[in-house]
Structures are given as structure tokens and as C-alpha cells.
Design a protein around this ligand. Sequence first.
Ligand code: GDP
Ligand code: MG
Length: 667
Amino acid sequence: MIIALLGNPNAGKTTLFNALTGSNQHVGNFPGVTVEKKEGQIKGAPDFTLVDLPGIYSLSPYTAEEVVTRDFLLDQHPSAVINIVDATNIERNLYLTVQLMELGVPVVVALNMMDEVRANGDSIDVRVLSKGLGLRVVPISASKAEGVDALLEQVRALAEQGDRSKALDLCTGEVHKAIHSVAHIIEDHAQAAGLPMRYAATKVVEGDEPTLAQLQLHEAEKDIIHHIVEDMEKNLGTDREAALADMRYAFIEELCFKAVHRSGHSKEQERSERIDRVLTHKVWAIPIFLAVMVAVFVLTFGVIGAALSDWFSMGIDGLTGLLDQGLTALHINQAIHSLLIEGVCAGVGSVLSFLPTIVVLFFFLSILEDSGYMARVAFVMDKLLRKIGLSGRSFVPMLIGFGCSVPAVMATRTLASERDRRMTILLIPFMSCSAKLPIYSLITAAFFPRHAGLVMSGLYVLGILCGILYGLLLKKLFFKGKPVPFVMELPAYRFPSPKTVLLHCWEKAKDFLVKAFTIIFMASIVIWILQSFDLRLMMVSNSADSMLADIGRLLAPVFAPLGFGDWISATALVTGLTAKEAVVSTLAVLVSGGDVAALPSILASLYTPLEGLAFVCFTLLYMPCVATMAAVRREVGAGRALVYMLTQTAVAWVVGCLVFQVGSLLL
Ligand code: GDP
Ligand code: MG
């Protein structure tokens, strides 16, 4: 039996999903985190499959997610729908509930965040609410796993009974007249299209295009409906969409008046408003955001993460040394010895040593996210993003892009227009992903050890600036027109939950470890083989004679104007296409042959700081890894994806060239 989980963004769907299934999905305190639908088996009820649908505010399909959700409900006929309602925002959340009632699907309302309602001194009369809606209502607190068993019981009862919600007539007056008149006309068509009649009639009165297309009405019928709707609009003095929205809200207001008892202004709201007066201040909001980010970077790279990474790489070196001695003592074959020490340990070890930095960065970022601050930033960024032709909605995918471009590209599905989507996808790669961090850390450690935090923030800012310029250019040339208006609710500030934050860090660490022991492991072996043999498959003593050097030399001239036109950096950049961390592991294999701790100082002796800088600027901007390319191709098609990648690499080349050439002139 399929149970669908549905609710507004940020109502706690994913938290409830995790509580019910025992899985560890990403929980975030800003709207737009769940993009694809996820499935899981309910704990202790193996016959139930729970589907976590994207968060939506209404069933009128304005965005791709709303379409996905509506189609799912209409086509898959779930045995029950759990409609999760944020009880601290009950009026707005019930808007979706009312639409589910119109749709006539079997619904259980999970009244979430009851712990906060209680803490605010408010109360909700669940029985009155349940009677008013004609639905089962269960108060829960998903994050505390309270009421989850009772919810499951109600879901089971509903699913087994197989009843639909008793078609409660919530409409009144003019709208009521219109809906019932339309219902008579479209009855046969609705049946033929497999749509619930009341729902279809409501949608026709609302003027919902997809429903109208599905119903395939005759011209004469359309004419009559047109008159009915015109009459209604004239009598009410509003347009059709507003008329229906007004009717739904009137119903909700009356119901909440009876069922919800508020003790006055909630403490939480007051606190949030007080904080917001500072953090979303007209002038200070952006400087504060920049200051917060710089502080995070300095802490991560200059203080905590750097120290941890140093210890970590010392540990790795120690282990490598032990293995080295062991292999020597056992007189293992020289080639195998070299493969293990100079190939695998060097490659995987060099990447692993950055694990602590990445975990620390994500620790800070998830605190910012879970506290609700990031949602404010999206709100503040709306004005800026509008200047380059995007809306604040695009901020969420871009923010995810700082972690990894793959989910970021997928998150663009929350955007309402194709135009906004394409443009956002084009800009996401400018948000430097976390896989590039090891590269920056290595280069700053080699060339700018005393200004690590600063150079690092500088790189991120450079990426963003290039993105802005690119966005302006795109807006002028290809993406005329306007972004869709942006509405987003601001969640209340919450103390970040340690569990969520730790989970977040663990997820990042896991991704990183998996990558290190799969892609990077393989890449290190391949690089070692290519650098140990020449084209006649004879083992070489100097890797400059190897076939890898020959391949690298073919590409190297392209990078000569950027200052690093040698075969080693060219090969590192190419292997970086498998995963960006591979740039570091390749350098480790080729340059230091196993000695991870010595890598920065050797690099510093091979290249000048300016060459290093041009190199990181190029890696910041050039073509993303294969996983991202595949994600982009899925979203925009192969042709467009190819154009996106090539232009991006061209931008990277130009910027790298500028950095090196201008730098050479100045220094
Ligand atoms: P989704 O967007 O609907 O998937 O919502 P999430 O599951 O990501 O939750 C949004 C935020 O609400 C997170 O910060 C959760 O920790 C928080 N949250 C979820 N359920 C509860 C609850 O019952 N009580 C409280 N106080 N917070 C909750
Ligand atoms: Mg979610």
C-alpha cells in the first residue's frame, strides 16, 4: 500500500519521513530542500510504502514540483495521504489541506510542531478541527517522535477502510452556485478523464489550464461555463482565482477561530522578529552575511580545520611510513611496493587529509542553515538576484551548489519557469563546490600559508563575481524577460538541533570517504601506471619519460599563457574531470611520490605563487566533474549541456590568463 506524505515546505515532512522509516534523509530549515520524491518502508509496517513528496503550498501547478505532486495523487491513487501541517502556521498550511479535500483523496492530517504550539502557550482543539475538516487529525511532534504511533494507527485504519473523505461542502454563496452549475455540465467529461467531479468543477471555475485540457470540453460547453464564471466574477467583484482563494481562506478562518486558541503574540515570533530587524536590515543585511561567511572560512581554514587537517595528514604519513617499512622488510616486489606507496597511499592519503576541513566547514554551514538564517539570506538576496534576472528562489539551488553541484542542479526543479531554471543551472558551477576545497587548501598551504582564510574566501568571492558578470551577460543576450515573483515564508529561528547538524556532517564525511576509496583510489592507480611506464610499456625511472608525460605535453601548450604550461598540471586538470579531488591526488602521485606532508613545500619549489594563483582560479571555474555534467544533461539536454561546459571552460581560461598576465605585469 502506498502512503503519500504531503505538506508545505518546511512543515517537517522529511523529519516525519525519517521518524516513520528510520532513514536519514536531509533535513533543512529552509524551503525547497526535498526535490525528488523519496520512498521508504515504514518501520513495523512493512506493507506500507511511504513516499515523501516535494513541499508545495497549493495544488495549482505553477512549479514543476506542484505538477509532480498533483500527478502523483491523481494517477497513483495512494491508499492514504498524510498531510503534514505546521501547527504554528496553521492557517496557511490548511490551504493545501482544503485543496486535498476538494480532490477527495483519503487524508489524515498530521498536526506537526505541537511542541512549539505548547511552548507558546497556545492550544488547538483537535476534535473541533477534525470535525470541521471531516478528516482524521493527529497531533504530533515529528522531531520528538511524539504521536507518531497514533498517526500510524489512523493511517492504517483509513487505508484499510478505503474510504474517501466525506465530500464536505466548504463552498458558499456565489462560488457555490458556480461550482454546482459547472459540475452538471462537466460530469461526463470528468468521468471520462478519471477526475473527481467536485475537484474538476472547482478547477474549471478557477480556470486551471491542465484540467481544462484534460476534460476536452466542447465549444458550446465552454461558452456556458464562461458565462457562469463571468457572472460569478461580476457578482463578487473579484477574478476567478481570487474568488476561490477567498472562499478557501474564509472557510479556514472560521474553522481556526473555533479550533485554535492563541495566548497572544508568541514568544518565538517576537524573538524572530527582533533578530530579523538586525539580520535582514536594509543596509546591514549583506555586510553581515559577508562577515558571517568570512568568519566561517577563517575559522575553518585558518584555525580549526587547518590544525585538524595537519594532525590528520601526520597520521596518514605515519601509517604510510609503517606500511613502507613493512613492505621493505618483507622484500615485496619493487613495482608493487611503488604502486602501494607512491600510487595508492599518495593519492588517497592526500585527499583524505582534507576530510577534517570539509567536515568543519559543513558543521558551520549546517548550523547556519538549521537555525533559519540561510532562509533570510535567500530573502535578502532576492533583490540582488533580480539585478541579474533571477529571483531569490534561485538562491537555494545556488547555495546547495557550494556543497555539490549535482543536487544543486536537481534542486532547480523547484523553479517555476524554464527561463529561471536554465539560467540558474548555468550559474551553479560558479558556486565553488566542496570537492574543490582540497585543491584550494593545497595551493594556499603551498603558496599563501599565512593568508589561507583570506585567499580561500577570495576564491569563493571570485567565483561569485564571475557568476554575476556571466549572469548579467546572459540576461542581456539570451534570457530576456522577467524572473517569476518570489514568495517565501521565513521559518522561525530555531536553536540548531545537534542531531541534524551531526547527521549533516556525517553525510558529507561519508560522501567524501566513499569518493576517496572509489574514484580517487582508481584514479591514483591509473595515474601511477601511466606515470611508471612509457609508450613501449617499459618501466621508467623518471616519470618525465612516461606516457603520462607524453599525453600531458600534448595539452600543456594550451595552459602556457596561464603560466603553468607543463605536463604535470595539465594531467592533474584532466583527471580532475572524474572528480575534483583527483587534481590533488594526481599532484600527490606525480610530485611527492607518497610523502603527503611534504607536498606543499615541493609544489612551492616547482611553481611561483602567481602560477599557483592562476592555477586555482582556473580550477575554480573550469568544466565541472562528470557527475555534474550528467546531471546538467538530464535537465537541459545534451546539446545545451555541451555548450554550457565549453563556455564555462572558456571563461575559466580567460580569467586564469588575466590573473597570470596582469599579475606578471604588476609584480
Ligand atoms: P520539510 O521541508 O517539510 O521536509 O521539513 P523538514 O523535515 O526539513 O523540517 C523543517 C524544520 O522543522 C527542521 O529544522 C526540523 O528540525 C524542524 N521540525 C520538524 N518537526 C518538528 C517538530 O515537531 N517540532 C519542532 N520544534 N521542530 C520540528
Ligand atoms: Mg524535506
